[in-house]
Design a protein around this ligand. Structure first.
Ligand code: ADP
Ligand code: F6P
Length: 321
């Protein structure tokens, strides 16, 4: 067997389903006869040697919980070669030869460095942003989108009572996927994402035309990568005079119980990562493409950009008239 002791950590912005992924890594590792360790607070714990051994019970009662029992951190020291070496040394002194890193694109950069230092490394895409290439979906995205859709349903009720427009700012960093999927699923009239240019004059006059034809509300979803919802609302109101209210959903999008889709995805990817390590694979990102589990070089993943789904964007536009 190429690895005997493995570790798991969660890093960067947390996401719903990270706990399910940790559980899968620990239980799959133990099932295959490995010793499994957990690193607390991401790369900070690796540097501070905050590492403990896990057993079957240490991941009990967590599959349904948001957040991460291993906690997460943003760790500047790990951006330095000295920090990375210290992290690798702390693993080596316990004879830990493999690690599963669950996190977003920044965490993947760190995983790539660990792999180059000779630690057998697997990355799992854990982020609500859905901005990791070479996987159709990331762990947490499905839950975050459900939260946004639920919020928009509620906003619709009150906005139509008052004939207002609602500007909803959602997360996603530089990626418009949360806005796109939640906007399409909730029937938003307008979806603003950083990947596609837009014209505020056209948006304001379309909205005015819709109101004059009897529409009683308007939902505009703004991805944070475009700018502040507050500024977009002011610009539109200045153009068409329709009262707009802004809702910034913020960290609500990162909390709560993961959906069954996120739990299944996290469980499948966690187990897959362990099996890949056992097969002797390293330096890979585990993902799912068209229903198939795939392992892609992390180097390739961190140097690529996720393709925006223009077809879905055009569909949302056609259906929102
Ligand atoms: P996310 O993983 O959600 O994108 P961050 O971008 O904050 O979150 O990255 C999480 C952590 O990954 C950082 O705090 C840092 O410790 C590590 N990291 C990010 N970029 C690099 C890099 N270029 N080299 C090494 N480690 C990195
Ligand atoms: O990457 C996840 C994410 O929630 C982004 O959508 C957002 O831009 C960022 O993290 C917020 O970071 P923080 O939790 O540090 O405010």
């Amino acid at each position: 067997m190429s690895v005997k002791k493995i570790a798991v950590l969660t890093s960067g912005g947390d996401s719903q389903g990270m706990n399910a992924a940790v559980r899968a890594v620990v239980r799959s590792g133990l099932y295959h006869g490995l010793e499994v360790f957990a690193v607390q607070r991401g790369y900070a714990g690796l540097i501070n040697d905050d590492i403990r051994e896990m057993d079957l019970r240490s991941v009990g009662d967590i599959i349904q919980r948001g957040g991460t029992i291993l906690q997460s951190a943003r760790c500047k020291e790990f951006m330095t070669p000295e920090g990375q070496q210290l992290g690798a040394d702390n693993l080596r002194k316990r004879d830990i030869d493999g690690i599963v890193v669950i996190g977003g694109d920044g965490s993947y950069q760190g995983a790539n460095k660990l792999s180059k230092l000779g630690i057998k490394t697997m990355g799992l895409p854990g982020t609500i942003d859905n901005d990791i290439p070479y996987t159709d979906i990331t762990i947490g995205f499905d839950t975050a989108v459900s939260i946004v859709v639920d919020a928009i349903n509620k906003l619709r009720d009150t906005m139509s009572s008052h004939e207002r427009s609602s500007v909803v700012e959602v997360m996603g960093r530089h990626c418009g996927d949360i806005a796109l999927y939640a906007g399409l699923a909730s029937g938003a009239e307008t979806i603003l994402v950083p990947e596609v240019p837009f014209d505020l004059d056209e948006i304001a006059s379309r909205m005015a035309g819709n109101f004059s034809q009897g529409k009683r509300h308007s939902i505009i979803v703004v991805a944070e990568g475009v700018g502040k919802g507050e500024d977009i609302a002011a610009e539109i109101m200045r153009r068409n005079g329709i009262e707009a209210r802004v809702t910034v959903l913020g960290h609500i999008q990162r909390g709560g119980a993961p959906t069954h889709n996120d739990r299944v995805l996290a469980s499948s990817l966690g187990d897959f990562a362990v099996r890949k390590l056992i097969e002797g694979d390293s330096g890979k990102s585990c993902g799912i493409i068209k229903g198939e589990l795939v392992a892609t070089d992390i180097d390739k993943v961190v140097n690529s950009k996720k393709q925006f789904n223009m077809e879905l964007y055009e569909l949302a536009k056609r259906l929102s008239q």
